[in-house]
Design a protein around this ligand. Sequence first.
Ligand SMILES: Cc1cc2nc3c(=O)[nH]c(=O)nc-3n(C[C@H](O)[C@H](O)[C@H](O)COP(=O)(O)OP(=O)(O)OC[C@H]3O[C@@H](n4cnc5c(N)ncnc54)[C@H](O)[C@@H]3O)c2cc1C
Length: 460
Amino acid sequence: MKKSTIKNESVIYDLVGIGIGPFNLGLAALSQPIKELNCLFIDQNESFNWHPGLLLANTTLQVPFMADLVTFADPQSPYSFINYLHAHNRLYKFYFYENFFILREEYNHYCQWVAQQLDNLKFNTRVTDIKQIHTDSDGKIYQIFIKNITNQTVSEIYSRHIALGTGTSPHIPARLSNIKHPNVLHSANFLEYETKLRNLQSVCVIGSGQSAGEIVLELLKQQDQHPRQLTWLTRANGFFPMEYSKLGLEHFSPDYMTNFYQLDGATKRSLIEKQDLMYKGISKQTIADIFDELYRQSIGNKPQALNLLANTNLDEIVVNNNSSTQQINLHTNNLLTKNRQQFMCDAVILATGYAMQSTQLLSSLNQDLMLNDTKAYALNADFSLQSKTLNRNKIFMQNNSLNSHGVGSPDLGLGCHRNIIILNSILGYEYYTTQKNTVFQNFNFNTQKGHECVNYTTFH
Ligand SMILES: Cc1cc2nc3c(=O)[nH]c(=O)nc-3n(C[C@H](O)[C@H](O)[C@H](O)COP(=O)(O)OP(=O)(O)OC[C@H]3O[C@@H](n4cnc5c(N)ncnc54)[C@H](O)[C@@H]3O)c2cc1C
């Protein structure tokens, strides 16, 4: 694209990415070889580090390694996971490892390796506001306010397009969010506190997603060295596995995403409500590992260290500030029997999930942005925000598109697909090819019909 500046001689970027998680890092890697694009990606952290509080030893990605930053867009990219292995002389080791599911620690190291090679990333910088300004040459462009975290200086940069990839942040239900106690923590911070937890007598984990399962397994494995009373409670009606059958996985495909987008808002919402276990449960492997550890620890009928309670809501956490130890009292409610109980513990780990980062950054642009029937920002098929006025310059949403594009939105396996669409949309032609007919099922809800009957009369 043409190199242009505005009156104060500042460069106008073609694309500025806000946040450098896996999705915008993939976008940065895929935009790097496109000579006509001048891009910059910004993150408030010092460097790339993927969910560091949960990088537990031996935990793996929930998607195969091909869901790396670039392969689905360009298998020949120098930033592929296979090339990372090659560069680190680990190809044969990975070949004999014979496992599609790489360790989270290795995925993080791979992403850091990619980040080190890109020259379009700027860390230690927080985006504080976005405004729109009018230019003669480029129409309305975005004025992005950035703050240097070290010296707190604020400056502005300009871009035609934005990719908002600010990801998620730890979520704590409102009724529990005002508890101030050093031993009440969110699962996202688990590793920071892990050593301290070893010295405590009783720990309670809340939630029944993958993070809860992994933390319970980790604590269980420490039982021999650090015996504790463990409690695992969830309001869900069981500790259930995430859907992981081959035909179920087809819902995380470009085809499903494209067809889901065409549905009306109410149909989308009712579908998403029924799809919880496609992306929120615990992996079968983690459940099996927990069970097997419990079995091992039960040899000789030793007392069981882990108390598993499903259908149990944590109503309240009460901290006894009068006691020297600041005892934690959990008030629970059995959702089947309505039986209320209280019990003490030394630490609580809230594995209560993540919420999309607030869209506060867009507030200065609100009057120009369209809302959907639930008063959320309306998205176009290319993941750009719908605008009330004609504007060829766009804001693309990474990840924050569950309600418009379906369950695949937060999935690492569809990051490349979204990035292909974003880059092609900016360029106005197909630079990267999207994969078509990716599944065996017919997800084209408008044309679904049974197979034509084959005449088998000649068979006997
Ligand atoms: C522990 C964990 C494991 C997961 N494992 C898998 C998995 O195996 N498979 C899978 O498909 N999905 C997985 N997910 C879900 C999803 O893939 C991840 O959450 C992924 O990190 C999302 O990437 P992202 O790019 O949207 O944002 P994030 O990784 O959340 O990164 C967002 C970045 O934006 C930065 N930022 C935010 N606001 C600003 C600002 N104002 N200015 C500058 N920077 C800002 C943050 O510092 C952060 O670095 C997992 C999620 C978690 C929490």
